[in-house]
Write a protein that binds this ligand. Structure first.
Ligand SMILES: NC(=O)c1ccc[n+]([C@@H]2O[C@H](COP(=O)([O-])OP(=O)(O)OC[C@H]3O[C@@H](n4cnc5c(N)ncnc54)[C@H](OP(=O)(O)O)[C@@H]3O)[C@@H](O)[C@H]2O)c1
Length: 324
């Protein structure tokens, strides 16, 4: 098969469209003919040599894809050759074929086309496992989403609204905030011009749940932005890895700070997340309440261009790469 490989760690110019051996599905896995994959921020780090794949995972980039089941590994039940699916991957998506544990498959939702579905598994599993399973977002809660215009953010806005929360977002321009509002965001904050704690507190008593992509840079202000009993979940470190936590402020609020990574979780945990996403989120996707937000679709051979687009900024939602 053909796949994107990394000639050497560095810039997007190091991504090559080359011939590599076909993957072979192990017991419990299926082989997919990939229709499309999506670019994630982690791919940029892996390309630079700063985010090695977890042990046992493919060296090929790509944390999610859509496609058609081409072969069933030993012991796989509940799926058939020819089924159209999308999948959460530990790697290997930037290729014409990928082997994936069957527990990480999701059926194609009825309202979503096969190519568009490639942009769903990573955002769906990340947002659902953190905002809903871990932080317990409920109807009437306030959800603050940093980076509301990104892949994760555009999905989190829709999930928050579907669950009956008030959703506040940060983004880097008025135009991007406007698009977040069109997706359902109630409170929009320009992080370049406004203080998000001040803005949030003008409208609410603070956030019950914060989904944070910035890490260290926002740690102090995120604790300030929490409501009593609120939960800050850090999933990204775009603003650094080491911050100072004011425990006094946190304990007076009875607050919680968590940090999680999806990719390095064991297959059983990913399977449990995927099962819950299928049961509780997928119906919202199937009825169109939660939709994929696609900025652009490029051929997989042009992965370098897609990486440049994400690095330059200005992408709203996801960038997809088609394998055919
Ligand atoms: N832990 C996990 O399991 C996991 C899983 C998936 C993703 N992630 C992480 O989650 C984050 C978002 O992922 P993604 O796929 O949505 O990436 P993305 O599409 O590239 O979005 C990144 C966002 O960061 C925003 N941003 C930049 N500077 C900011 C600031 N100072 N304050 C607030 N927002 C700022 C950008 O906003 P503007 O463009 O408006 O400037 C952009 O929307 C990334 O850090 C990614 O690594 C973690």
């Amino acid at each position: 098969m053909r796949a994107i490989t990394i000639r050497e760690p560095g810039g997007p110019e190091n991504l090559e469209w080359t011939e590599v051996p076909d993957p072979v599905p192990a017991a419990g896995e299926v082989l997919l003919d990939v229709a499309a994959t999506a670019v994630n921020r982690a791919d940029l780090l892996q390309r630079q040599g700063n985010y090695p794949p977890p042990p046992g995972a493919s060296e090929i980039l790509g944390l999610e894809c859509s496609g058609t089941i081409a072969e069933l590994g030993e012991g796989v039940e509940g799926w058939q050759v020819g089924d159209e699916v999308c999948a959460l991957l530990a790697g290997g998506g930037y290729a014409e074929k990928v082997a994936v544990p069957a527990v990480q498959l999701l059926p194609l939702p009825s309202e979503v086309e096969l190519i568009s579905a490639a942009g769903l598994p990573e955002v769906a599993c990340t947002v659902w496992s953190n905002v809903v399973q871990l932080a317990g977002l409920s109807e009437g809660d306030v959800l603050l989403v940093h980076g509301g215009a990104g892949g994760i953010g555009t999905h989190a806005i829709q999930v928050g609204k579907a669950l009956g929360a008030t959703v506040a977002v940060t983004a880097g321009s008025a135009e991007r905030l406007d698009r977040c509002r069109q997706l359902g965001a109630d409170i929009t904050i320009n992080y370049r011009e406004q203080d998000f704690v001040e803005e949030l507190k003008k409208h609410t008593a603070g956030a019950d749940v914060i989904l944070d992509n910035m890490g260290a840079k926002y740690l102090g202000r995120n604790v300030d932005a929490l409501a009593d009993g609120g939960h800050l979940v850090v999933i990204g470190m775009q603003g650094g890895v080491k911050g100072e936590l004011n425990i006094g402020k946190l304990l007076r609020k009875r607050g919680t700070v968590s940090a999680t990574a999806l990719r390095s979780r064991p297959v059983e945990q990913k399977g449990a997340i995927v099962a819950d996403v299928r049961e509780r989120l997928w119906p919202l996707v199937a009825e169109g309440t939660v939709q994929p937000v696609i900025d652009q679709v490029l051929p997989l051979a042009d992965a370098a261009e897609a990486h440049r687009a994400l690095e330059e900024g200005g992408v709203f939602g996801k960038v997809l790469l088609t394998a055919k």
